[in-house]
Structure formats: C-alpha cells, structure tokens
Write a protein that binds this ligand. Structure first.
Ligand code: KG4
Ligand code: ZN
Length: 349
C-alpha cells in the first residue's frame, strides 16, 4: 500500500467478498489482504435460537432474503461501487450446501455482470486470514489452531495457500463440544459464548472430567467423552434433585476443552519447531483459551496471534483477505461460471 500525491491510499488489489456458509450473511471490501474498508454481517441467530441449532432450510432462505441488502451495505460503507473493485471472492466450501449456494451464485452473478475475476475461498483458510487483518506484520510460516463450530484442526501454514493438517478432532469440533454441553445446561444456542461468560464466575475444579486418549496421533483431539461425561453428570444430579451449579459446571467444561486444545497444540508446536502460534475460528474468542495461550507464550519462546473479537466469528472480511492471497497464486486459484459449492473440502485443497 502506498500514498499517492493527494494523500489517498493506493492499493494493488481491492476485493469484494461474500460469506454465507452457515448462519451469517456477510459481505466486505478488503484491499491487499490487509485493509478492511467495510465488513457487514447479518446474523440469523435470532431465528435459529428457538430450535436450539441452525436449521439448514431456514438458513438458506434467510441468506436469500438478506444477501442483496448486505452486499449494497458493504459497498455503501466502503464508499465504493462494484466497478471500483478488482475481483469477487466467495466462500465456496465447506459449510451447509443450501447456505453456500446462495453466496456462490450471488458472487457468480456479480463477477459476470461486472466482468471481474471470481475467487473461491475455503472457509477455514478465511478464518486463518482474519489474523492478517488484525496483525499486519503476521506472515507464514506458522502453526495455527483452527477451532470453529464445525471443525477443529492443527494446521501448519507453510505459506498463504500451502497448508498441512497435522492434527484434527476425531469426533466433535471444539465449538460443537461447547454448544452441545451448553444445551444440556439449558443455555441458548450458540452455547459457546454463554458458557464462556458463565464460566468466568465459576470454580473450574468443581467437576473433573475424563482426559481423552487418542491412540495413534498425539495431535488429534476428542471431545465426545467429555460431552457424555457432562450429560451423565447433569442427568445424575437432576435425578437426585440436586441443582446443577451452572457457573461451576461451565468453568469445569471450559477448562477441560481448553486443556485438550492447548495440550495438543503445544505438543505440535514443540515437535514441529514453529514459534509463531496463531488461533483462528469462532472458539478463538474464548476468554480462557486466549488467557491460557497468553500465559504460555509470556515466557518468550512463542509469539501468539489471534483475531480481534469481531473477526473471530464468521465474516466476509476474512474471505476478502484470503481471496487476495489465493488470487496471487494465479489462474488455477480462480474460478469460472462453472464454480459449484461443496459441503466438504479439506483445507489442504
Ligand atoms: O467459526 P464460527 O463462527 O462458525 C463456524 O465456522 O462454525 O464458530 C462458531 C462456534 C460456535 O460453536 C460457538 O459456540 C463458538 O464458535 N464460540 C465460542 C465463543 N464464541 C463463539 N466458543 C467458546 N467461547 C466463546 N467465547
Ligand atoms: Zn466459521
């Protein structure tokens, strides 16, 4: 980025980005992978909360209703017109297929009518790229703990578009572990954030849960044992008419999830020799995870990065950031009008 004679910022490339993989309809304008001009997120959570989780059919319909308004708003907030942007990036995988298709088809329409290149972006690569927006100095290589509602991975980010999964969950994602246990405690969807708040006032050692052993891969996670133990403990207490101390339960669950994540992540850091450690995805907003990682990295051996809170959850700015680096890779990382959404796809691509 440079300044021209009249003091305006000059960019190499400005990207209009769309994200609709789950229950947020989002659009953003981002330059050179690092500078956010606008980022608009329309959450549908108020509709899904009554069902205790995302209802795919409703999500798809709500994306259809919201997307034109969100796109216009993102352009308006950036003070730009579609002609001012150089390319269109869109989350094409993974996610709910009916949700992804709305964003992908809208992006195809924009790219075709405005005559701009179309860049498909992997949702989890986008979560990682949120860190480039919060930390302009951050560059690969680094080790990243990607923890969202649908995925939990330890990813070696060798370069912006060259990634290797070295650990993964064998069952539930970290966000899912929070959401499912929170539901058992009667907390609203999505439970992770409510659990986090309750936990701040609880005793993390009030309940002890089993520590999972994943045979074969020391970097893999498992949360199903914890989930079952929490459900059993709560049901047992309810049957005996004992009131569940919600703060203590939340603090104990949160501590267990964070222990599982940090143990695997640090082992992977030690064995791979990476000293830049990065958190990404919705669960990277968790206060204990951030605190614990800060304590671990305070020794000076590791440098820690995580996104600002508004960039931890789903947003389109992160898709615009990653879209830039995908575009720099050349034609093989752009798409034509045959682009299709996919519910599943590895971050390694
Ligand atoms: O990345 P994300 O916004 O969506 C997916 O790609 O899945 O992640 C959503 C997940 C949900 O499971 C939500 O409960 C969890 O992130 N989450 C949290 C917190 N904020 C969001 N989990 C724990 N603590 C939080 N503060
Ligand atoms: Zn996400």
């Amino acid at each position: 980025m440079m300044m021209n004679n009249d003091g305006k910022e000059n960019y190499l490339m400005t990207i209009f980005a769309i994200e609709s993989s789950c229950d947020d309809t989002a659009a953003a304008v981002v330059s050179d992978g690092r500078r956010v001009h606008s980022s608009v997120v329309a959450s549908q959570v108020f509709r899904h909360v009554e069902f205790g989780g995302v209802v795919p059919e409703i999500a798809g319909r709500m994306h259809c209703e919201a997307i034109s308004g969100v796109v216009s708003e993102a352009l308006a907030q950036a003070g730009m017109k579609m002609q001012d942007v150089d390319a269109i990036a869109v989350t094409a995988y993974p996610g709910l297929i009916g949700s992804l298709l709305v964003g992908v088809n809208f992006a195809k329409g924009l790219a075709m009518t405005a005559g701009k290149p179309l860049i498909p972006v992997h949702h989890l690569r986008g979560h990682i790229a949120a860190n480039y927006l919060s930390h302009p100095e951050l560059e690969p290589p680094f080790l990243c703990l990607v923890v969202s509602g649908g995925h939990s991975h330890i990813v070696e980010v060798k370069d912006y578009t060259d990634m290797r999964i070295i650990g993964r969950t064998r069952d539930d994602a970290a966000g899912e572990a929070f959401d499912k246990t929170a539901r058992t405690m009667g907390l609203p969807y999505p439970g992770g954030v409510h659990m986090d708040k309750l936990a701040e006032n609880g005793d993390p050692n009030a309940f002890t849960f089993p520590v999972p052993k994943v045979s074969g891969s020391p970097y893999d996670f498992s949360f199903s044992g914890l989930k079952t133990a929490v459900i059993n403990t709560i049901h047992n207490m309810q049957q005996k008419g004992i009131e569940v101390p919600r703060e203590d339960m939340a603090a104990s669950v949160r501590q267990s999830v964070v222990n599982i994540l940090t143990d695997g992540f640090l082992l992977a850091a030690r064995d791979t020799g990476h000293t830049k450690l990065v958190l990404a995805g919705g669960v990277s907003a968790n206060s204990l995870l951030r605190r614990r990682m800060n304590e671990i990295c305070a020794g000076g051996k590791y440098r820690l990065y995580y996104p600002e809170l508004p960039l931890c959850g789903d947003n389109a700015a992160m898709i615009g950031a990653q879209g830039y680096y995908e575009f720099l890779q050349g034609k093989s990382n752009t798409a034509d009008m045959s682009l299709n959404a996919r519910a599943e796809r590895s971050i390694e691509l």
